[in-house]
Ligand binder design. Structure first.
Ligand code: SF4
Length: 536
C-alpha cells in the first residue's frame, strides 16, 4: 500500500541510488559481454520507498550504477532521496554534496544510515530503520516544507510496516534491461546471531514475510517489461530464515512458472543448513533455482563457533555442499580472512577447501567490523577498532600482523582465480550440479530479446574469452566438456563468470582493487554495480 496520509502539497522527488565499488560479486567486468547491461540488480529498498510515496508526488529514479544524476535532474527536484549500504558511504555523501550545491533538501535512508547515522552529517533528514511510522512522519514533514532545516532531523521507525502491506516496488520507474539480474524480496530478518553481521540488529530475528500473492504480482510486473533479466535474485537475508514460510511459498512460485512457461530462474542467499531441508530443496529445484549464496566464512569449525555461526557446521561442510549441488544448486560462497582464530595454517586449509568443495565463485574478504554488531562491541571494548581513516584494508586491528593478513588474502585469491583451477571447478559443476537441474519447458524463455541477448553474449565470450584471452585453453576445455553434455547455457555462464573473476582478481593482485568491501584505501576506480551481499 501507498502512504495514506492526507497530502496538501505537490513535491517532486528525485530518488538517487549510489554507485557501488567493484568487487568479486559485482560481475562488473562481464557487463561488456552483454547487451546494454550496466548494473548488477535493481535496488529494492529505494524502489520500495518510491512506491510508498504519495501518489500525487512525481518521482524520478536514477541508479548511478547505470548513469549519474544530471544537473537537470537535481534542478527538477524539490527533494533528493538517497539510500545505500556502508560500502557506498563515499558515494552517498557525494550525492548529498551535489544536491546541496543545487539548494535541494536531502533525505537519507537505508541500511548504512540505520546502522551508523553519525556518518552522514551532511543530510538534512535521516530516516533510520525500515519503512514504517518514521516514513509517515517524514512525508508529513516534507509535505509541510521543503526548506532545509537549520539542524539535521532524524526520524526513527518504531513500528515497521508489515511486509504484507509493502507496495509493489516501483519497477515502472526503471528499465530492467539495464540490469544483469532482477531482484525480489520475500522476507526480512534472520534468526541467527553471527558475531560480524548487522542483519539481526537492523531487521530483527523473527523473519517477516510477504504473501505468495505479492511475490507473483511482482514477477508479473517484471515480466510485463519489454525485457526482464532471465534470473531473479531473492535478496532475503536468509531465504530459509522461516523454513515453513519458504516451504509454503515455493509451490506458488512453481505454479507461476508453469503458467508462464518457465520464463525465469532464481537465486537466493541461505544458510548452509539448507542442505538438511530436502523438501525445500526439491521445491527449489522445481521452481528453477540455480544458485545459492552461502556465507561459509571459513572451513574451520572452531572459527565458526567463535563467530557464533555453528549452524554452518551442523552437517559436514563438504557433504552439505554436495547435497545442494545434487539439487542443481551451484553454491557461491563468502569467505572471511583476518579472523581472531586464524593461524599460520588457515591459508593452506582455505586453499584445500576451495579445491575440495569445487565452489567456483567465492567472495574472499578481510574481516570488517560493522556498527550494531557484537563484533563491533567486542573490538571496541578491547581497543581494537580502527576508527580514523587510516588508509587500511579493514577497521579491525587483527591479531596476526596486518601485512601478513593482506598477503594471505592475495595468495588465496591468486589460488582461487588461477584460470586452470577456476575452469576445473566449473568443469566439475557441469556434472555435479548443472546435470541435476530440472529441464523445464523453454516456451517462456523463447523471446526475441532473450535470443538477441544470448547471441550477443555468445559472440563476445567467443571473441574476448575464446580468442583474445590468455586463458582461452582452459576455457575451451571446460566449454567442450559442457557442450558434450548438451549444456549450452553452462558454456555462456562459465565464460561470463570466469571473465569477470579472472580480470577482477588480476586487478586486485596488481593493487588496483581492495581486499575488503569496506577498505578506506583510496584507489582510482570506476564506480559500478552492486555486489552480492555477505550475510546468510
Ligand atoms: S550472517 Fe547470515 S546467518 Fe548469520 S545472522 Fe547474518 S544473515 Fe543470519
Amino acid at each position: 500500500m501507498r502512504c495514506s496520509l492526507p497530502i496538501s502539497s505537490e513535491r517532486r522527488v528525485l530518488c538517487v541510488f549510489p554507485a557501488y565499488t567493484p568487487s568479486f560479486g559485482t560481475f562488473a567486468h562481464a557487463f561488456r559481454l552483454m547487451y546494454r547491461v550496466r548494473a548488477f540488480m535493481p535496488p529494492q529498498g529505494l524502489l520500495l520507498i518510491a512506491a510508498y510515496l504519495p501518489a500525487s508526488w512525481p518521482v524520478r529514479f536514477i541508479d548511478e550504477n547505470i548513469a549519474p544524476a544530471k544537473a537537470a535532474d537535481f534542478a527538477w527536484a524539490d527533494i533528493v532521496m538517497v539510500s545505500g549500504m556502508h560500502i557506498q558511504a563515499p558515494q552517498i555523501n557525494d550525492i548529498a554534496a551535489r544536491a546541496r550545491a543545487k539548494g535541494k533538501v536531502t533525505v537519507l535512508g537505508g541500511a548504512s544510515v540505520s546502522g551508523a547515522p553519525e556518518l552522514y552529517p551532511q543530510y538534512d533528514y535521516l530516516h533510520i530503520g525500515e519503512i514504517g511510522d518514521a516514513t509517515d512522519r517524514l512525508i508529513a514533514c516534507l509535505d509541510d516544507s521543503v526548506t532545509a532545516p537549520a539542524a539535521q532531523r532524524r526520524f526513527e521507525t518504531n513500528e515497521r510496516l508489515p511486509l504484507s502491506d509493502f507496495p509493489l516496488p516501483a519497477y515502472d520507474l526503471i528499465r530492467l534491461n539495464r540490469y544483469l539480474i532482477g531482484s525480489l524480496q520475500f522476507s526480512s530478518g534472520c534468526p541467527y546471531r553471527c558475531e560480524f553481521c548487522d542483519i539481526p540488529a537492523l531487521y530483527g530475528r523473527q523473519p517477516r514475510l510477504k504473501t505468495p500473492e505479492q511475490i507473483t504480482a511482482e514477477l508479473d510486473a517484471m515480466l510485463a517489461q519489454s525485457f526482464c533479466p532471465p534470473v531473479v535474485y531473492f535478496v532475503d537475508d536468509n531465504f530459509i530464515g522461516n523454513r515453513k514460510a519458504a516451504r509454503e511459498m515455493l509451490p506458488h512460485l512453481i505454479a507461476w512458472q508453469r503458467k508462464h512457461g518457465y520464463p525465469l530462474q532464481f537465486a537466493c542467499e541461505a544458510t548452509l543448513n539448507l542442505a538438511k531441508q530436502t523438501e525445500i530443496l526439491a521445491l527449489m529445484r522445481e521452481a528453477q533455482f540455480l544458485t545459492v549464496f552461502v556465507g561459509i566464512e571459513t572451513p574451520d569449525a572452531e572459527a565458526l563457533k567463535a563467530m557464533r555461526k555453528e549452524h554452518n557446521a551442523s552437517l559436514p561442510m563438504l557433504e552439505a555442499i554436495n547435497t545442494l549441488n545434487s539439487y542443481g544448486l551451484e553454491v557461491t560462497s563468502g569467505i572471511i580472512l583476518g579472523l581472531d582464530t586464524d593461524t599460520a595454517d588457515s591459508e593452506s586449509r582455505l586453499k584445500a577447501f576451495i579445491d575440495l568443495s569445487q565452489i567456483p565463485i567465492l567472495t574472499i574478504n578481510l574481516l570488517q567490523a560493522l556498527p550494531r554488531t557484537p563484533l563491533w562491541d567486542r573490538l571496541q571494548r578491547d581497543g581494537r577498532l580502527i576508527t580514523d581513516d587510516a588508509g587500511l584494508e579493514s577497521n579491525v586491528r587483527f591479531l596476526r600482523p596486518y601485512d601478513e593478513v593482506v598477503a594471505t588474502w592475495r595468495r588465496c585469491i591468486a589460488h582461487a582465480y588461477d584460470p586452470e583451477r577456476l575452469f576445473a571447478r566449473f568443469t566439475h559443476q557441469v556434472d555435479a550440479t548443472f546435470a541435476n537441474r530440472m529441464v523445464g519447458p523453454v516456451r517462456g524463455k523463447l523471446t526475441i530479446a532473450n535470443l538477441r541477448n544470448a547471441l550477443v553474449l555468445a559472440f563476445n565470450i567467443a571473441f574476448r574469452v575464446g580468442i583474445l584471452a590468455d586463458y582461452r585453453r582452459p576455457f575451451w576445455r571446460a566449454a567442450r566438456h559442457a557442450l558434450r553434455r548438451g549444456q549450452i547455457d553452462a558454456v555462456l555462464g562459465i565464460g561470463f563468470a570466469a571473465y569477470h573473476l579472472i580480470e577482477f582478481s588480476r586487478e586486485a593482485l596488481r593493487g588496483d582493487q581492495n581486499a575488503s568491501f569496506y577498505s578506506t584505501l583510496k584507489r582510482e576506480r570506476k564506480l559500478e554495480s552492486q555486489p552480492l551481499r555477505k550475510s546468510a
